[in-house]
Design a protein around this ligand. Structure first.
Ligand SMILES: Cc1ncc(COP(=O)(O)O)c(C=O)c1O
Length: 428
């Protein structure tokens, strides 16, 4: 008799945004309008290419950023890959990047043969420290990538002053900060290239997609050359410099799925209202923290207005709670029904990939390989704990509170009350 095989279900995961506190947050990320556009586009068979909806979204992004060029790609990582390729990052180059970010900010750099050089965050915040950028510049520095982390804009005046002095271009990773402002300008429009993820959990979601925008014709043409099959002069390419390589470009394909862009086009219309609601909620929460000395709001760069609000971190001061460890406080707040956490981004210099290096191209080769110095003066030195004391100290204090997108009346007050109860339990 054949034995019956046990059926195992493959693990599924859905990575779109959900209300973090059902009951207190009435938000649904997608609704009837997103469903309608997907249905209509499907029935029109607008399923591949630079379709009218894709073109309109890119045009709207140009208006939104005030930049000359915008092009959709398949995800935020591809937008960063396109930006670095656009800026001609290659073997022997270095790119300065905050150690506190998601790996995709810098992931494309070693693949292009270049090295990440990590940098500290500002002392009172979470974004990259312009003074530390300055200290880490060498003759090899080809680009600086900054991240408006969790919606907090970086100190762009100081960063752009460095760029002007040195001629080093700046990439802005805006994947957490759709619609955030710095001195009245949308983030992503201040540096040389702006990159946005439109992945499913982002404030402006396509499910999966990304977008890149710039005023730099060469960067734009090279981004098209890299990943935009069938984009040609007169259609997309601005100059004829790479015309002879079209329609296939370099053979990569980073084009976005039009249905995702269709969803994003609806979400774009909702962004200002979403930012307003999230911003109001965060302000209420931060005001309420004034009488909770162990949880401190994070400073924003002067002249900036947060947007996107991809997360809601505050800084825990354990000394103000008699030395209670962060994890114990988080458990106590969770027990009160508020989903708090320490966050899930490990500092990049602590990831085995960068800490120990990796034989990226096999046979002991590649920019972060411990044995290869082909394009550098010495093999990859790696990183160790303690290399970024300011960021490490900040990271150990991070405590994420729930971000509500459409809070019910008095939601902030109820959450603050639950946090106070959690604090009192943890302190016992
Ligand atoms: C800061 C940052 N940059 C880039 C990305 C990459 O975006 P994607 O997942 O769309 O490739 C993410 C994704 O979470 C991110 O958080």
């Amino acid at each position: 008799m054949p034995t019956k095989r046990k059926q195992t279900q493959p693990k599924a995961f859905v990575q779109t945004a959900q209300s973090l506190m059902k009951g207190l947050d009435r938000w649904r990320q997608v609704g009837a309008d997103e469903a309608r556009i997907v249905r209509e586009m499907t029935l029109r068979n607008e399923l591949s290419g630079g379709t009218p909806v894709v073109r309109a979204f890119e045009e709207n992004w140009r208006k939104f950023t005030g930049l000359k060029y915008a092009i959709t790609v398949c995800n935020g990582t591809a937008s960063l890959y396109s930006a670095f390729f656009g800026l001609k990052v290659g073997p022997g180059d270095e790119v300065i990047c905050p150690t506190y970010t998601w790996i995709s900010t810098i992931g494309p750099v070693p693949l292009l043969g270049a090295r990440p050089v990590f940098a500290e965050c500002v002392r009172d915040g979470i974004t990259i420290d312009p003074d530390d950028i300055r200290r880490r510049i060498t003759k090899r520095t080809k680009a600086i990538v900054v991240v408006h982390l969790w919606g907090w804009p970086c100190d762009m005046d100081a960063i752009m002053a460095i760029s002007r002095e040195t001629g080093i271009p700046v990439v802005e990773d805006c994947s957490h900060a759709h619609g955030a402002l710095y001195k009245g300008r949308v983030v992503g429009s201040i540096g040389h290239v702006g990159c946005w993820s439109l992945q499913g959990t982002k404030p402006l979601s396509a499910g999966e997609a990304g977008i890149i925008a710039t005023n730099d014709t060469e960067v734009f043409d090279r981004a098209c050359l890299l990943g935009q099959v069938n984009r040609m002069v007169g259609m997309d390419l601005v100059t004829n410099r790479y015309q002879h390589l079209q329609p296939l470009g370099t053979g990569m394909k980073f084009r976005a799925h039009p249905l995702g862009v269709g969803i994003a086009s609806i979400q774009h219309k909702k962004l200002a209202a979403l930012n307003k609601r999230r911003g109001h909620f965060v302000e209420q929460m931060e005001a309420g923290l004034a009488d909770i000395p162990c949880l401190k709001p994070i400073a924003t760069a002067p002249g900036s207005k947060r947007g996107g609000y991809y997360g809601f971190p505050v800084l825990y001061d354990s000394a103000a709670l008699g030395g209670v460890p962060r994890e114990k406080l988080i458990e106590a707040i969770n027990a009160e029904g508020v989903p708090a956490s320490a966050g899930f981004y490990e500092l990049l210099h602590r990831l085995p990939y960068f800490r120990d290096g990796f034989d990226l191209f096999g046979n002991g080769r590649g920019p972060i390989c411990r044995t290869d110095s082909t394009n550098f003066d010495a093999p990859w030195p790696g990183y160790k704990d303690g290399d970024f004391p300011v960021t490490e100290a900040m990271h150990a204090r991070l405590l994420f509170l729930p971000m509500l997108s459409d809070p019910a009346p008095k939601a902030a007050a109820r959450i603050l009350e639950a946090i106070r109860r959690g604090i009192s339990m943890a302190g016992k």
